[in-house]
Design a protein around this ligand. Structure first.
Ligand code: HEC
Length: 99
């Protein structure tokens, strides 16, 4: 039974870390209420995430740039996200993956 326990534990760790890639960005975006001004596909007060993803597609520095912008508010005095670097990266990853 020992090996079965190990297997179950491993499966749990795997799914938990899987969620760390797919889930928290969306959760944070919901929590921060970014959808007051952004949606995935349509322009609201702010540009759609899909249009931003298209705009930054060829820009290798975009993830770092946008994380910085969300941390500081950028030039436009944008809403600031008070999260860890990992949180900011997760949010930006969701934005840049939109299509
Ligand atoms: C009060 C409305 C509002 C809220 C809330 C808001 N945004 Fe924005 N956002 C804007 C507007 C307007 C722009 C376009 C002007 C600018 O760049 O600031 C923008 C631009 C952006 C950009 C592109 C910046 C660039 O340099 O091209 C990103 C990425 C972004 N928002 C992400 C987010 C995320 C993530 C959240 C939630 C944490 C969020 N926004 C919440 C209004 C908002």
């Amino acid at each position: 039974m020992k090996s079965l326990h190990a297997l179950v534990a491993a499966a749990f760790v795997f799914s938990a870390s899987g969620a760390a890639i797919a889930g928290p960005g969306e959760d944070l975006i919901a929590k921060e209420k970014c959808n007051k001004c952004h949606t995935e596909k349509t322009t609201k007060k702010g540009p759609s995430f899909a249009s931003l993803a298209a705009k930054y597609k060829a820009d290798a520095a975009a993830p770092a740039k946008l994380a910085e912008m969300l941390k500081t508010g950028g030039k436009e005095d944008h809403q600031v996200v008070k999260g860890s670097e990992a949180d900011l990266k997760a949010i930006v990853a969701v934005v840049l993956a939109a299509h």
